[in-house]
Design a protein around this ligand. Structure first.
Ligand SMILES: Cc1cc2nc3c(=O)[nH]c(=O)nc-3n(C[C@H](O)[C@H](O)[C@H](O)COP(=O)(O)OP(=O)(O)OC[C@H]3O[C@@H](n4cnc5c(N)ncnc54)[C@H](O)[C@@H]3O)c2cc1C
Length: 310
């Protein structure tokens, strides 16, 4: 197992910003992961589990700890039959969602456009277009910082809107999500062949992808929604609860601090418009939060995870 030193984190985040991680380890097996955790403990450093870095803002000063990313054994999907799948935390969510769709399973197919890993999706309880990863997950296996395996049922995971139990076991004692098991339902309608079901689910996915393309600044570095919705909303009335509505009404679309910009396409996205620092992005999100609070009395809650000292 290779341990890299001072690895630039801008290479590992979708914002393309962030200073160096003191140590950076790719764990390809449980043994690697345990070694990495022991290494962190021996050095007296905290550790951080990195997925695809698509919901993450790393400080320009970097992270004085051990960043651990998963690969190898953690990138496998097992088909256990009857719609039951066990997928490793390093599996790209898009790959898993598409694989299920191709077999005619519905429920997570609209999540295929989310650019993170399965581990990151479980941690965040990622969701889109009325679907959420936690809704179909029956069990999550994780490893605590002392090297003990933990098995949790759905109820134990406390999934809520962009929430899971794993956010509460964070910090230096963070648990590593290793894999999750899913029970997926057949998407087939009465009288439909498998080919017809797959074609219909694919069409639904393509509709979601087209919406993403039309409404999200996918050609600029970003980390998805900056702020969470205030409460679980409906697709029919998104403007009632979506932070983007308040941000736009506050006249902040296109507002810049340094190289960070409130997207002109989607007000709840901050983009790296060129040469942004992590501080620019954080300052801009703080400014947006303060402006919306002042104008509407609404307290926005950050969705993006921060790493390091700002
Ligand atoms: C263009 C774009 C569109 C997006 N659209 C959506 C969307 O529609 N819906 C949505 O919910 N999100 C969306 N996101 C945000 C993001 O993709 C999701 O939150 C995703 O689930 C994060 O996964 P990740 O692997 O990138 O996690 P990271 O960003 O690497 O990490 C996020 C958090 O998860 C933790 N984590 C990651 N893996 C593990 C693990 N194995 N064990 C323990 N903790 C772990 C990290 O420690 C960190 O705290 C979007 C992002 C972008 C850039």
């Amino acid at each position: 197992m290779q341990i890299l030193e001072n690895e630039p984190m801008n290479m590992h985040t979708s914002f393309r910003v962030g200073g160096p991680a003191r140590f950076f380890v790719k764990a390809e097996s449980i043994d690697d992961l345990k070694q990495a955790l022991t290494f962190a403990t021996e050095k007296g450093l905290p550790h951080f589990i990195l997925g695809n870095g698509t919901n993450l803002l790393v400080s320009d000063k970097g992270y004085e700890g051990v960043v651990i990313t998963l690969a190898g054994d953690f990138a496998k999907i097992e088909d256990l039959g009857n719609g039951i799948f066990k997928a490793g935390a390093a599996v790209p969510l898009g790959r898993f969602a598409r694989m299920a769709l191709k077999q005619g399973y519905a429920g997570i197919h609209k999540l295929a456009g989310i650019p993170g890993t399965l581990g990151g999706a479980i941690y965040m309880n990622a969701g889109a277009y009325g679907q959420e990863i936690g809704a179909h997950c029956t069990q999550v296996t994780s490893l605590d910082a002392s090297g003990n395996i933990c098995e949790r049922t759905t109820d134990d995971c406390s999934f809520g809107y962009r929430q899971s139990i794993f956010q509460k076991t964070g910090g230096a004692q963070a648990e590593t999500i290793l894999s999750a098991t899913f029970q997926l339902e057949s998407g087939s309608l009465a009288g439909e062949s498998l080919e017809q079901t797959v074609a219909r689910l694919e069409a639904e996915l393509q509709e979601c992808m087209a919406k993403r393309k039309a409404t999200q600044p996918l050609n600029m570095p970003n980390a998805g929604s900056t702020f969470k919705r205030m409460e679980r909303g409906s697709i029919e009335m998104p403007q009632q609860i979506a932070p983007g509505y308040y941000i736009e009404q506050a006249g902040l679309k296109g507002h810049c601090i340094g190289g960070a910009e409130v997207s002109t396409l989607h007000a709840n996205f901050i983009v790296n418009a060129g040469g942004a620092t992590a501080k620019d992005i954080l300052d801009l999100s703080d400014y947006v939060k303060a402006s919306v609070a002042k104008k509407f009395g609404v307290e926005l809650q950050r969705e993006i995870v921060l790493l390091g000292e700002f």
